[in-house]
Structures are given as C-alpha cells and as structure tokens.
Design a protein around this ligand. Structure first.
Ligand SMILES: [Zn+2]
Length: 232
C-alpha cells in the first residue's frame, strides 16, 4: 500500500526531501477517517496518518519528519528542560502543541519550497487562533498557564500572514509581559538556529531521548521565566 500511495504523493518538488529521510523502511502511510492529518511516531515506526491522498498534507508531515531527523524535534528538549514543579500544571498536550507551533514556523518556507500550497498548510489555516483567552482572564496563574501558553503559541505560530493579531498580542502581553516576551524569544531563537544538519549538537539522555543541545539553553531560559512567574 505504501508504495502505491507514494506513487501518488511524490512529486518532482518533494522527492528530493523524501530522499533525504533516513530509515524509510520504518515509515508507514495510512489514510484514516479523521478530518485532519498527523504524524505518529514511537521508537520503532513513523506513521503518516493522512485524511486523504493529499499532497499538501503529505508535504506538511514530511517536513515534520525531516525536522525530527535533522533537529531532534522541539518536543523532547522542551519537555526535558521543564521544571518538574510545572508537571502538575502544564500538560503533555500543551508541550506538544507548543513544539508543533514552533516547528510550523520553522518549516513553512521549506513546505512552500517542496510545492506545498500556503492555504492548505493546516486544516484550520483561515481560523482565527487564540480562542480570545486574553478576554476571559485577568492574570496568569498555575491554574491557567496551560491555556495561556497553548493559545499564545497558536497565535505566534500562525503562518497565515493575512491575520492581524495586534489586539490579541496586546492582550496576551498585558496578562504577563515577562512570559509573553520569553515565549517570543524562545520562538525567535529556535527559528534563528534554523533547519540545518547539527548532528554534533545532539545528545542522548538516560531515557534514550534525543535532545538538541543548541536548543537547550533557549528552552531553559524560557522555563525559568515561566517558573518564576508562577510563584510555586
Ligand atoms: Zn504540523
């Protein structure tokens, strides 16, 4: 099935990137009933879960795979550097979402380069992000930090440049100037590192998780600010 799907999904533009992916034998492609696509991976396999044989969805997930390969992904380092005291307040889902948003900003240009269409980048491309969190809260506390970060990164990571988020940005900044700035800095610093082969900067921790040493300082600085603001 995989080879059959690939025949339809690979194009002249995205094939060079596909060729750069290592261990292609461990990659599987399935078409599922959900209305969104995602990338699933564990220690052994990587699975493209596509909602249709859509080249844009494939290209999007291909970029995630590529970033994971050359960059170690954002999630492992972000999770590893989070102070354990925040475990009760910031969910794994939220960390995955933040990582996702940062990765999207990182590879949007690459996605376009391999033939992806901007309006097909994500299924909610035209949806306004942030859920108006800033209108419903007066301050940021351990009880709502998960929502604050999740919604803020949705805005910071939105690749639709036609969206004007100035009102939301002001609202989020007012709620917590320091966490707002730390979030922006984290995003900018990782984007500045860019996508390049940095294998010498990789480390493996006791759990066998790949961490990106270049990212580590940025993640640590970010968490220090969040932790200080929480007064735990
Ligand atoms: Zn994605």
């Amino acid at each position: 099935m995989k080879e059959k799907y690939l025949q339809k999904l690979l194009t002249q533009k995205n094939n060079p990137l596909w060729e750069k992916i290592e261990n292609k034998d461990n990659i599987n492609i399935i078409i599922w009933d959900n209305n969104f696509s995602e990338l699933f991976s564990d220690d052994y396999t990587t699975e493209f879960r596509l909602n249709s044989l859509n080249i844009n969805s494939f290209n999007h997930e291909l970029c995630h795979v590529y970033i994971n390969q050359v960059f170690g992904g954002i999630f492992p380092t972000l999770k590893l550097r989070m102070p354990y005291e925040l475990n009760n307040y910031i969910t794994r889902n939220c960390l995955q979402h933040i990582s996702n948003c940062i990765e999207h900003k990182l590879f949007f240009d690459l996605y376009l380069e391999i033939g992806g269409e901007s309006e097909q980048f994500v299924s909610d491309f035209y949806l306004r992000k942030g859920n108006n969190f800033h209108l419903f809260h007066r301050s940021v506390s351990p009880n709502n930090i998960d929502g604050y970060l999740g919604n803020l990164f949705s805005i910071l990571g939105d690749c639709n440049t036609n969206m004007d988020y100035s009102k939301e940005i002001n609202g989020f900044r007012k709620l917590s100037p320091s966490i707002f700035e730390a979030s922006k800095t984290l995003l900018c610093e990782i984007i500045d590192i860019g996508i390049c082969d940095q294998l010498e900067d990789f480390g493996v921790n006791e759990e066998g998780v790949f961490i990106n040493k270049t990212q580590s300082n940025s993640c640590e600085d970010f968490w220090n600010v969040v932790f200080d603001e929480m007064n735990l």
